[in-house]
Design a binder for this molecule. Structure first.
Ligand SMILES: C[S@@+](CC[C@H](N)C(=O)[O-])C[C@H]1O[C@@H](n2cnc3c(N)ncnc32)[C@H](O)[C@@H]1O
Length: 313
């Protein structure tokens, strides 16, 4: 089965988008349309707009209509749309193709309240036709979680972190060892990952668990010092304390990075500076580092693997 994903992102998010794609799909697209055989749910990436499950394809536009006819599709309340905002396909041709493909589908067409959406995409010299899933935006409800602090990460970034750490593999165990009010944990739970959180500050840990309970998720935040926790995850996502609501000098940050070495062999670090030296010092090899910028809010997202002890200087 082939899938075609249509993405949108701000130019300043390009590196983060490409990193997320490499983790989720094993490769990043050249543009904003991506055809692959990897099946990723339409709510996984904050950059994903539509996912098309490809039913047929053709080299020529008119041939696509014949291919669609061969599918003998039957559907009630369906609509056919042309996808890809920056497509170079002439608007008249887009409309004609939607109409002609629609005409060979049995059933009632619905312009305003379609129950089934079919889509046409033109990419890499090919015409694709398939069923469309619009991005599922239910996760945006996490914007209004009952307990939030000024240091809470943006929900979109939290969702990206889960994609980067989870790699679309629900068997992976994820851990946020400095969970705050659980912004990252909520995204992981919503996407069905096996995720836990640790938070040392009791009132904050309680608020994090209240946030989980508010959305009907299990209360997965343990109140303890993460440097005393035992190995339990495939990947940790550390939003490293940087001195808001707690003291966070370099010695503490080093201790936390060392603590992560005891928890997992993979680390996705969120930090306000690149921290390359500190990562090296604590035995983490940097695989990728990209910025995330939202007005005054600047963070680095760094994917690291634990160095083998003999290489660790
Ligand atoms: C930058 S905040 C995390 C914010 C979180 N990502 C959110 O969006 O709510 C860092 C958190 O780490 C916690 N923390 C600091 N040292 C810790 C430790 N040794 N073990 C567990 N939590 C710790 C702090 O109490 C603080 O809530």
């Amino acid at each position: 089965m082939k899938y075609c994903y249509v993405f949108n992102y701000r130019e300043m998010d390009k590196e983060l988008f490409e990193l997320e794609c490499r983790q989720l799909f094993g490769a990043a697209p050249k543009g904003k349309v991506f055809v692959t055989d990897v099946d990723v749910s339409s709510e996984h990436s904050p950059f994903m707009h539509e996912k098309i499950t490809v039913l047929c394809s053709a080299e020529e536009a008119d041939q696509l209509v014949l291919e669609v006819e061969q599918l003998h599709l039957e559907s009630d309340a369906y609509k056919v749309v042309f996808l890809g905002k920056r497509t170079q396909v002439d608007y008249e041709l887009q409309l004609r193709l939607c109409r002609e493909c629609g005409n060979v589908i049995e059933g009632e067409f619905s312009l305003y309240e379609p129950k089934v959406l079919f889509g046409i995409v033109y990419t890499d010299g090919k015409w694709l036709f398939g069923t469309v899933e619009k991005m599922d935006k239910r996760w945006l409800k996490h914007h209004s979680k009952p307990h939030s602090y000024s240091y809470s990460l943006p929900v979109r970034l939290a969702r990206c972190l889960i994609s980067i750490a989870g790699k679309n593999d629900r068997t992976r165990k994820l851990l946020d060892p400095c969970a705050g009010v659980g912004t990252v944990v909520l995204e992981g739970l919503h996407l069905g990952y096996d995720i836990q959180g640790i938070e040392m500050n009791p009132p904050i840990a309680q608020d994090a668990n209240r946030n989980c309970a508010y959305y009907g998720y299990p209360e997965v935040i343990t109140c303890m010092d993460m440097t005393k926790a035992k190995r339990q995850a495939d990947c940790v996502i550390l939003d490293i304390p940087y001195g808001v609501m707690e003291t966070a000098d370099e010695a503490l940050q080093i201790k936390l990075l060392e603590g992560c070495r005891n928890l997992a062999d993979e680390l996705v670090l969120v930090s306000i500076e690149p921290m390359k030296h500190q990562l090296h010092q604590t035995g983490w090899r940097i695989e990728a580092q990209v910025p995330f910028i939202k007005q005054q809010f600047v963070r680095y997202v760094t994917v690291c693997h634990a160095q083998k002890l003999e290489n660790h200087v």
